[in-house]
Design a protein around this ligand. Sequence first.
Ligand code: SF4
Ligand code: NI
Ligand code: CU1
Length: 709
Amino acid sequence: MGALTDLIYKGAAAVASLTETAVKDAAEKHGAETKIAFPGTAYFLPTIYAATGVKVRTLGDLDACVGVLKSLITYKDELGDALNAGLAVAVGAEILQSLRYIGGAAPEDDGGIGFVPDPVIRSLGVPLVTGDIPGVAVVLGEAADPKTVAGVVKDYQTKGLLTFLVGGVIDQCSAEGVRMGLDYRVVPLGRSITAVTHVVTVAIRAALIFGAVRSGDLAGLLAYTKERVPAFVNAFGALDEVTVAAGAGAIALGFPVIVDSDLGDIQVPGALVSVTDHAETAAESLRLRNIKVKAKSVDICMGFASAFEGEIIKKADTQAEFYSGANPTVELVLKRGPDEIEDGKITVVGPDIDGEPLVELPLATYVEVAGARMQTDFEPVIERKLHHWFNYIEGVMHTGQRNLFRLRVSRGAYDAGFRLRDLGKVVYHEIMDEFAAVADKCQVTLVTDEARVREILENEAMPRYRARDERLDAMTDESVDTFYTCTLCQSFAPGHCCVVTPERLGLCGAVSWLDAKATKELTPTGPNQPIQKSGVIDERLGAYESVNASVAEATRGAVEKVTLYSILENPMTSCGCFECVCGIIPEAKGFFVVNREYAGSTPSGMSFGELASMTGGGVQTPGFMGHGRHFIASKKFAYAEGGAPRIVWMPKELKDDVRARLDSTVKALYGIEGFTDKICDETIATELDSVLAYLQSAGHPALDLPDVM
Ligand code: SF4
Ligand code: NI
Ligand code: CU1
């Protein structure tokens, strides 16, 4: 053990003295009062804040932190104490990186994106809980042979992992043609080893955002990252003591460190492991962190993985395009009787994608599913998946749905032999895999013949879409006798449970009542459990005894009372991955709503990130509530407080997105025309006085309502 602890202490001491000097120099140069903050976070310097509760705001605040840092380095020949020294390195690295952002300046280029803002972490919630992103890899150092590190990173990419790169590996991967960026799930953080802090703070903020871990609770923090953040570290190349000490910090957080040099007997089983054969690095890393990758194997010539979902195909690289703006297009999934279709039959009707690019064609993706447990309600649930499945194909890009979409096949894919039939293979394979419980048989037809596509569009698809929309519109909370819990996010937010009703989708925006119903059918003991609606306590609040009982059970007593329609009285809890958050503006007698994508300020003086930090982790915070975009135009939004007419401020983009539905809801319920235009946005005002002035001049109905609280 001696050799390892020696290295860790040496590295930690080096970082400590480096940090101390840098802080002193910065304070002398800029003054102790100078502001210091990472961009886009409500958690100050997250490691320091989470571990100690200290809110660093100025350079002067850092002195005390350097003191804490040094106190963590108490020399003892015990690995436990040495791990504390590793945490000291995490603190030191965070301070050193924060100095790059002095006074809100954009930092010098370090070859990566640097600090990861809170909204990005929140957006990762759903893919992480669904296993779409099965884990997080941190790849650092500089490989002896660039091909080896690029190979490992590409392997993670095809498995859907989120990989962060630190150090020389960034340039090595880039030279080897690894595609990078959040969309490709390979994120370069920076060339300096201290840039590793930017992934450490992601794990730490996950504990604060989703886990309701309180700042200052170091033990709770370490337990959370160890149990719930599926991350590990791969260190390439020669190891200096600073890298080893940083590795000790990772181990303290519960992340195994796999190095490609031979550590001999200083290895620590399960925590610090040598894997010298690069062909084994990925598999061994996943095994050590117990990460299971959902195998996706379709017999097509191109890659097929969730990691390709964000791939963009430019027009110049496109072999064939199917675009509603140019040709009729349609996607339709239909339920059929068992004798009406032939399982596994894939048919192409009309010309394939051969010819000089750009080949432009109509397209109908016509999918028929039969099964004893198949329901017409599942048609749209499966149909919406087509978008994701097509995007998972390397060399295929898909946007939109139903009769309005754009699908591109790249020239690379075409040259490799990809043809229309392969789209059918993917659809068939995925339906039989993901929807195995309801699909006994499936048949896929791809039509490019224009007359036939038009026929399907006009005679079958449009009437079917209309019928579904009518059913959705008619489907109210009153018209059903079952709601559903959703506890998918409990892997990150153990105390949280969503209640999903026809008029209130999950706060992530990804789970509607129909989705929940389908999931219950597909995995009976899964995350969506039915709640029989009974024991009305208060209709206006949406309070039910059965809902309370189910939520109490699902949260193991953490939440005992929840209302479906109130923001002020026992509002639903949030996990952290909500699309929007709302809060009160008492002076305007209303609520404002802000979406995750909006980076500016709101009339509350706070940004989305700051507001979001007021709620989450399964805790009820009356007055603040996370919710889905779609919920804004629901007749049940803030119903107990007076409904949608209470909305006084939203970012412009959000207004435009919900306008049509919101206008019609408010008109139907309250008889008010053109309501969305009465809502203020950032292009009009964000300062309270000017917001109030606008609401007055627009005749906003909230001003005539009683005080909101
Ligand atoms: Fe998570 Fe709620 Fe969405 Fe379920 S509905 S995935 S619990 S946010
Ligand atoms: Ni998607
Ligand atoms: Cu969530």
